[in-house]
Design a protein around this ligand. Structure first.
Ligand SMILES: [Zn+2]
Length: 443
């Protein structure tokens, strides 16, 4: 069976029982250990799919699967679905109506604040969020954590929109959300009462904030930790998104977690300035992060866009955190999308294969590539408390099929012709931008 359609090289329309023949799957993800492995760590595998579930997995050529039609993948790399641990679905796709003319962090904060106050109604947020989810689903993502700007009246507008989207997407994309506000707001009792009530009402169990080196940082963190401890919630912080080595709130978060013996999960994002700290301080901070059990998510595309940007001067720094050193210290590390077509990042498409591809280039997540494959699936799932299905009979037949035959072919092209199978059936392509012209202020 090798049917073609316009969008993808593989087509399975209407086929309930079929085999993927000659799929290149990372051997570390297979349920057996006796298959020959190539130099990238892949093993040629046949997978029988029946009624949306995996029926059998075997080394290539070992089983004939009876009369099931076979799709020959010709050694193409087959990936499991992605997990995207750090996004901003409420901010996405506002670039046209809220551009960031300086392209830096301060310009982004200002542009978003103005647009949020003027235009983030429930229907505006819902429309852009749904566009994001359809885009992510089309590219092969099965779980997303988003941050939700939670300041003033916006909290009451955005959270019910998120809760509705989470229910609508249940079974296709696992959705989580954390509130986003500056850590100083933790000192405002009325604000915190509203955050607690809204998370409770919307069934969310992740508290979050942006940390800056403000004088009352420790006090604000203790309030957030105490609330999370009382409710049994996890924590998720935006941390040190700055080129200033004096931005060291990562160490303060780690010390707070250690001092309090915090029992939940903590995910910290960005941590850009860590990579600019001196050779004495950086290892000490990383040691504390490892001891505290923090997970770290790097946002390579957004960091390279915003960091080290000065008009008329060529950037010298990629903006990313010390991800290799963190991984070597045993820290759970990952990469994620962050912003999409908004003032913090003008590009992006909630495509974790793009994030992985760019992560390989920006952060050198290669040699060996396979060692870093968990950064787009297993590591974020652990940080989010998700249990992933492994590749075994009975599991949902969720796969991303490509024509690449090794990692360099995989990352050399954008894999725009990939086929995403969910429950054994191909999913629709990403929606057209024209659908959100109205939301972007074009009509
Ligand atoms: Zn972010």
């Amino acid at each position: 069976m090798r049917l073609r359609n316009v969008n993808a090289p593989f087509s399975f329309a209407g086929t309930k029982r079929f085999a993927l023949a000659g799929a290149r799957i990372l051997a570390s993800r297979l349920p057996y250990r006796d298959a020959p492995v190539d130099r990238d760590g892949f093993a040629l595998t046949d997978v029988l799919i029946d009624e949306g579930r995996i029926a059998e997995v075997a080394p290539a050529g070992r089983s004939d699967f009876g009369d099931a039609p076979k799709a020959s993948l010709a050694g193409g790399v087959v990936l499991p679905t992605f997990v995207d641990a750090h996004t901003h679905l409420d901010k996405a796709h506002i670039w046209r109506r809220a551009p960031n003319p300086t392209g830096d962090f301060e310009g982004a904060l200002k542009a978003v604040a103005e647009d949020r106050a003027a235009r983030w109604t429930a229907s505006d947020v819902a429309g852009r969020m749904d566009f994001c989810l359809r885009t992510a689903y089309a590219s092969g993502t099965a779980a997303i954590r988003t941050h939700i700007d939670s300041i003033g009246a916006q909290t009451r507008i955005s959270w019910p929109v998120f809760a509705e989207a989470r229910e609508r997407w249940r079974g296709r994309i696992d959705l989580q959300a954390a509130p986003l506000f500056s850590v100083e707001f933790a000192l405002d009792e009325a604000h915190m009462a509203e955050i607690e009530a809204m998370l409770e009402a919307c069934g969310s169990n992740i508290l979050g904030a942006v940390t800056y080196m403000v004088p009352r940082l420790s006090e604000g963190l203790d309030i957030l930790f105490a609330l999370a401890e009382r409710k049994g919630w996890d924590l998720d912080f935006h941390v040190d998104e700055s080129a200033d080595p004096a931005a060291r709130s990562l160490g303060v978060i780690a010390e707070t977690a250690i001092r309090r013996g915090f029992p939940g999960r903590i995910l910290v994002g960005h941590c850009c300035s860590l990579s600019l700290q001196n050779e004495e301080r950086q290892p000490r901070t990383i040691e504390a992060v490892a001891k505290a059990g923090l997970s770290v998510v790097s946002l390579p595309m957004c960091n390279m866009f915003l960091q080290d940007r000065q008009g008329g001067r060529t950037p010298r720094w990629r903006g990313v955190t010390a991800l290799h050193e963190l991984k070597a210290a045993g820290v759970n590390v990952m990469i994620a999308s962050d912003n999409v077509r908004d003032p913090f990042y003008a590009y992006g498409d909630l495509d974790m294969l793009e994030v992985w591809r760019e992560g390989v280039r920006i952060l050198h997540l290669d040699y060996p590539f396979a060692d870093w494959a968990p950064v787009v699936r297993e590591a974020p799932a652990r940080a989010m408390g998700l249990s992933l299905e492994s590749l075994r009979p009975g599991a949902r037949a969720d796969f991303i099929l490509t024509r690449a035959r090794d990692f360099t072919e995989l990352f050399a092209r954008p894999q725009a012709d990939r086929t995403v199978l969910r429950d054994g059936a191909p999913v629709a392509p990403a929606p057209d931008y024209a659908e959100i012209d109205g939301l972007e202020g074009l009509s």
